[in-house]
Structure formats: C-alpha cells, structure tokens
Ligand binder design. Structure first.
Ligand SMILES: CC(C)(COP(=O)(O)OP(=O)(O)OC[C@H]1O[C@@H](n2cnc3c(N)ncnc32)[C@H](O)[C@@H]1OP(=O)(O)O)[C@@H](O)C(=O)NCCC(=O)NCCS
Length: 309
C-alpha cells in the first residue's frame, strides 16, 4: 500500500470536529488500543474540552491532514513548570507512518519554554504511545488506576472516612474570583507545583463539573470535583486526613447522581487506593504516568482526566 503523506498544521476551530472524529475512531470498543475512555455523552459534537485546549495551549494544538481530512492531532498545555501532553491520536488506518512522532515534535516546538519544564502525560496500553513518550524523555513513573464502585461501596467509603471535627464541605462556585490567593490555586501550588486558574474556570463552567471545597476554620483542606455522570476528580488535598474525608464525601455525592462512580488514582496515592479498595471499589483499567522527572505530591492527588490531569 502506498504510504500517505500527511500535512501538519496548527489547528483552527473548524478542525475540532475532524479531531473529534479521529478520537472516536481510536476509542471504538474494537480498537481500544489507546487510553481507555468512557463513551462520550454527545458523539456528534466535539467536547468543550477541545475548544478549551485550543484557547489555552498557546499554539500547541496541531492536526495532521490527508486529502483535507484530519487523520491525527496533538495538543499540549503548559501549566507552571508542567508541560502536559493532553492529546496525541492518529486514526487507525494511518498509524506506523511517522505521523504521531511528527505531531509530538510540532507541539513540543510550539510550546514556548519547554526547556526547564517537566514533560508529562498519560498513555494507555498502546505500545506506540509509550514508545513516543519514552523517546521524548518522558519515563514511565507509575500506573494510574481507574476504579469504579456502586452506591453501596460509595456509602462504605463515606462512613469509613468521616469529616474531621469542625470541618465542612461546601460547593465552591467562584470561577470569577480565582485570584492568586484562591484556595484552589494554593492547593495546586502545594500538590502539583504550579497553578491552573483557566482549567478551574473551565471545569466549573463549560466542563460541567461541580467543585467542592473542604474547610476547617479558614483553612482549605482539599478541593474535589464531581461530574454529572459519576466521575470524580481532580481532587487535591493538603494532607491524608483531608484526602480521605474529601474522597468519602465527593464519592457519596457522585453516587447520588449515578449508579457507578468512577475515579482515577495514581499508584503512588496509597491512601486513596487503600480507602477505595477497602470500601469494595473495583480496578477496571490502568494507564501509565510518563514524566521527564518527578513532580508535585501526587500521593495527595487524583487526576480529573487524561487531558488536563
Ligand atoms: C500513539 C500513536 C499516536 C502513534 O501514532 P503513529 O503515527 O503510529 O506513530 P509513529 O508512526 O510516528 O511512531 C510509532 C513508533 O512506535 C514504534 N512502535 C509501535 N509499537 C511498538 C512496540 N510495541 N515496541 C516498540 N516500538 C513500537 C513504531 O515502530 C514506530 O517507530 P518507528 O517510526 O521508529 O518505526 C497512535 O498509535 C495512537 O493514536 N494510539 C492511540 C492513542 C494513544 O495511545 N495516544 C498516546 C497518548 S494518550
């Protein structure tokens, strides 16, 4: 078969439906070679996430085109010291021809100031995804497990991890007030080593997630997001007690909206893993965290998704 040569270009808003079609082709159940993802609510529309990536990736969103059709795309976001590979997808019929490597080179070059940053991303069981990450100096660190549980497991988790005396958890709906002293950004600085105000605003608005903040006195112990379909995360906590309590409460709230609660837990976060496994949650998938060096305190963190971590 002749090798098709693809043209690589910075993405424009009109490319997003094409990128979405590539993603859907890559994640069909019969082609689950890449990062495993839940079925999208609206397969006919690119998610608001892609528009957010286009707006906040500072030129690091590229598409590969073959005969005017998008056949691959990559996007990366820079948040503080962290350069995060959000998307890297090549349509099944176009793989093994250098398109993925070329897209990765483009988004690395497009990101201003990659030097001195931690390059990181998540990859699924696809050998090529792992190989491209390793070649870019992003080494395999540890698994990130996807776990699922039903309403009984969620209730067991909540009962085993009550709020500390004097603590309260409340909805935090202050997207417009995310100044540098915001508790969300302070927790991000402590746990991830950098801030990402734009992503919080996105999650609370077009991202369809609700943010809960765990307070004790005037100190924020943790933030935790829940989605409409039972997904939990991101969650960042100042310490293990805040982590357990926030997890118990956000998971029980998620279980009121959905029969199944789904969360991702870094292998290094033993507190969260032990808590959910003790409550009867099941491990259903895992991906690998790739990173050029260790970053943050991920033993106090649960990612929200593969794209914004
Ligand atoms: C990862 C992905 C983007 C790669 O795209 P691609 O266009 O096939 O990539 P390339 O052709 O540029 O490079 C793939 C390389 O991996 C190598 N490779 C593939 N499987 C391998 C394996 N099991 N062991 C060693 N090398 C392997 C190929 O030989 C090729 O190297 P070469 O060019 O030196 O021969 C594509 O497979 C994909 O979309 N996967 C699903 C999504 C995914 O996993 N994304 C990763 C992050 S979420």
């Amino acid at each position: 078969m002749a090798t098709p040569s693809a043209k690589l270009e910075p993405a424009e808003p009109e490319d997003l439906p094409g990128a979405w079609a590539v993603y859907l082709a890559c994640t069909r159940p019969e082609d689950q070679s890449g990062c495993r993802q839940a079925a999208p609510d609206r397969p006919d529309l690119p998610p608001p996430l892609y528009a957010h990536l286009l707006l906040t990736s500072e030129g690091a969103f590229w598409v590969a085109r073959y005969e005017d059709q998008v056949v691959g795309f990559a996007a990366a976001v820079t948040r503080g010291r962290l350069w995060w590979l959000s998307e890297l997808w090549v349509a099944p019929g176009f793989r093994g021809r250098g398109i993925g490597s070329a897209l990765l080179r483009k988004v690395r070059r497009a990101s201003r100031g990659v030097r001195g940053r931690v390059l990181a991303g998540l990859t699924g069981p696809d050998g090529a995804g792992m190989v491209l990450g390793l070649r870019a100096g992003m080494w395999a660190r540890y698994p990130v497990f996807t776990v699922e549980g039903g309403q009984e497991a969620a209730e067991r988790l909540r009962r085993a991890n009550p709020l500390p005396p004097g603590a309260r958890m409340a909805r935090y709906d202050a997207a417009a007030k995310l100044g540098p002293r915001s508790p969300l950004l302070r927790l991000d600085r402590e746990v991830l080593g950098g801030t990402r105000a734009d992503d919080h605003v996105f999650w609370m608005t077009h991202g369809g997630r609700t943010c809960l903040l765990l307070w004790k006195g005037n100190r924020a112990l943790a933030y935790a997001y829940l989605g409409t379909g039972g997904e939990v995360g991101p969650l960042a906590a100042a310490g293990p007690q805040g982590l357990r309590s926030a997890l118990g409460l956000v998971v029980s709230k998620a279980a009121r909206k959905s029969e199944t609660v789904r969360l991702r837990i870094p292998g290094i976060n033993q507190v969260a893993l032990k808590a959910v496994l003790d409550a009867g949650f099941q491990l259903v998938a895992d991906s690998q965290l790739l990173a050029s060096e260790e970053f943050g305190c991920l033993e106090r963190y649960l990612p929200g998704d593969e794209s914004l971590f």
